[in-house]
Ligand binder design. Structure first.
Ligand SMILES: [Zn+2]
Length: 66
């Protein structure tokens, strides 16, 4: 399964959607649940603020795709 399809399935998951607000409030990732308080650049932080997806998951799912 390619990563984009995998990401779409994760974002469609009701449990992931249900924990979006608490993840945002606790500065955690809504996908992996890890703390999302460290970012290597401003773009990664802005992306987190929009998506509530940590930098590791950003990189895994969509930043470095071919
Ligand atoms: Zn994550």
């Amino acid at each position: 399964m390619d990563k984009l399809r995998e990401l779409i399935e994760i974002l469609s998951n009701e449990e992931v959607q249900a924990r979006t607000l608490s993840a945002r409030a606790n500065q955690e990732c809504k996908i992996c649940g890890n703390p999302a308080d460290t970012f290597h650049n401003l773009l990664a932080k802005i992306e987190y603020d929009l998506s509530i997806i940590c930098e590791d998951c950003q990189q895994y799912y969509y930043l470095y795709q071919n």
